[in-house]
Design a protein around this ligand. Structure first.
Ligand code: FRU
Length: 483
């Protein structure tokens, strides 16, 4: 057991058994967060897709429930979303509101090459425990498009209708509906903008507030599939702009990445978070199609990122997504060591014992005159991951070459990088679990999400600076709280 479970995360959702990919149907209803997920219950590699299911009260501790959706004569169950039909627009809920899942049916067999992708509905009267497939499925199909999948649906208040964003090749198509059953085409986005390094998948569209202002913008998130022509594998881009219920217009011309690590894909946000809460909470699949099927876990494969609250911030002349791990995580940590005004240099690097099954470090660093500085996470005496800021190159690197098991893919050892605007003063927050590291810079302005396969999560953390000094204005080292 110990060996099989060695990499199982404590703070992140992972399936009990077998394969998982994208988060699906993220929705809050009656006090529970629901996480459905792409699941192959018969093997620990990708295969015929089902929707697995888990629920949580605090977004961190998840309880896995029975499989929610099984393949049927229309195909296997690809990615999609879920909403609460508060006003019974569907007619499925004459008594009281319930959940509707909107997902892709993927049909692939001798008679269906290329495969056929259509959108379908299922509904639940018992808080997602059991589901009925709508007898009018599919509700949306296309005569020619082969890539026609991953519906994300939300209620658009101003126009009083449901809006669906759908991945359609290398564009996003927008549809609308009064009742989730009849859909009308509105517009298509993406022809001449953004990265087209791979097929577009798993879109999400929502409005976000700009921090410290009364302004809002619409944000479109688009995952880009793995393309062997490029080194990085799969990743996620986003656009900031406006949406009038029919058309999305981007105001940024540059390509924007949601994450600078290799392991955050197919992420989308929760539906129906109560107004009093008001957060936009995002969750991604913490893997990369380049090596997802080969990562060295046994019996189970893949985990989700930590849930993150999204906002917008005006930085460097543009409006950018900011991501912060939800505050619910704070409960899971207790401070082990705090330091203030500490000088780190060649002669006095510092090592902090952690010996923890998960750990967190927060650092406000001011560079005095160092060329390179940063921190090393020592998983064991011989396995470590290093985060280095190179002042000259204005880059932050995460190096996982020595982090443990890396041999399963040549791509895994490549250095992950963030381009920095300034290197004088930086705020870093790093959360390490059994088999991952999530780095947030400058209060969520940049994120870097990375899998790791060490024998143990975190033995100690050390700080370093080369050819000069760095001042640790504030450092905080945290370990599991004993609840
Ligand atoms: C993204 C994706 C989706 C699809 C699902 C199939 O990772 O390729 O486009 O619906 O995975 O499992």
């Amino acid at each position: 057991i110990a060996k099989l479970e060695r990499y199982r995360p404590t703070l992140h959702f992972a399936p009990k058994q077998n394969w998982m990919n994208d988060p699906n149907g993220l929705v809050f209803f009656k006090g529970e967060y629901h996480l459905f997920f792409q699941h192959n219950p018969n093997d620990s590699v990708w295969g015929p897709m089902h929707w697995g299911h888990a629920v949580s009260k605090d977004l961190i501790k998840w309880e896995e429930l029975d499989i929610a959706l099984y393949p049927d004569e229309l195909g296997t169950i690809f990615s999609g979303s879920a909403v609460v039909d508060w006003h019974n627009t569907t007619g499925f809920f004459p008594e009281e509101p319930g959940l509707v899942a909107i997902f892709t049916h993927h049909l692939e067999d001798e008679d269906h090459t290329p495969p056929v992708q259509t959108q379908s509905l299922a509904y639940s009267h018992d808080k997602g425990r059991t589901w009925v497939k709508y007898n009018g499925n599919p509700v949306l199909s296309h005569p020619t498009k082969v890539d026609f999948r991953d519906p994300k649906v939300f209620w658009h208040q101003p126009s009083q209708k449901w809006v669906m964003v759908l991945a359609t090749g290398q564009t996003i198509s927008i549809y609308s509906s009064p009742n989730l059953k009849e859909w009308e085409f509105e517009s298509e986005f993406g022809e001449n903008i953004g990265s087209h390094d791979g097929v577009w998948e798993c879109p999400d569209l929502f409005e976000l507030s700009i921090e410290n202002s009364n302004e809002k913008r619409w944000v479109l998130i688009v995952s880009i599939g793995d393309n062997p022509k490029f080194e990085v594998g799969s990743r996620t881009q986003y656009f900031v702009g406006s949406f009038d219920g029919s058309t999305f217009v981007a105001e940024n011309g540059d390509i924007r990445w949601l994450d600078f690590g290799k392991d955050n894909y197919a992420g989308v946000s929760f539906s129906d978070i109560p107004k009093e809460d008001g957060r936009r909470i995002y969750l991604g699949w913490m893997s990369n199609w380049r090596y997802a099927n080969e990562v060295p876990t046994e019996g189970w494969r893949s985990q989700m990122t930590l849930p993150r609250e999204l906002t917008l911030r005006e930085t460097n002349g543009g409006t950018h997504i900011v991501q912060k791990v939800v505050r619910e995580l704070d409960e899971y940590f207790t401070i082990k060591k705090e330091v203030k005004d500490l000088s780190v240099g060649i002669k006095n690097s510092n090592n902090y014992e952690m010996n923890a099954e998960y750990a967190e470090v927060e650092l406000i660093l001011e560079n005095i005159d160092a060329c390179r500085y940063g921190l090393t996470i020592h998983h064991t005496a011989t396995q470590s991951t290093t985060i280095t800021i190179d002042a000259g190159e204005k880059l932050l690197f995460v190096d996982r070459k020595e982090s443990g098991n890396v041999d399963f893919s040549s791509n895994f050892s490549q250095t992950q990088k963030i381009k920095l605007e300034g290197t004088k003063r930086n705020h870093l927050r790093v959360i390490v679990d059994s088999s991952s590291l999530e780095l947030f810079m400058n209060d969520g302005e940049k994120a870097l999400t990375s899998l790791l396969y060490p024998d143990q999560a975190c033995a100690s953390i050390s700080l370093f600076a080369t050819e000069g000094q760095v001042n640790v204005i504030h450092g905080k080292f945290s370990i599991p709280s004993n609840e």
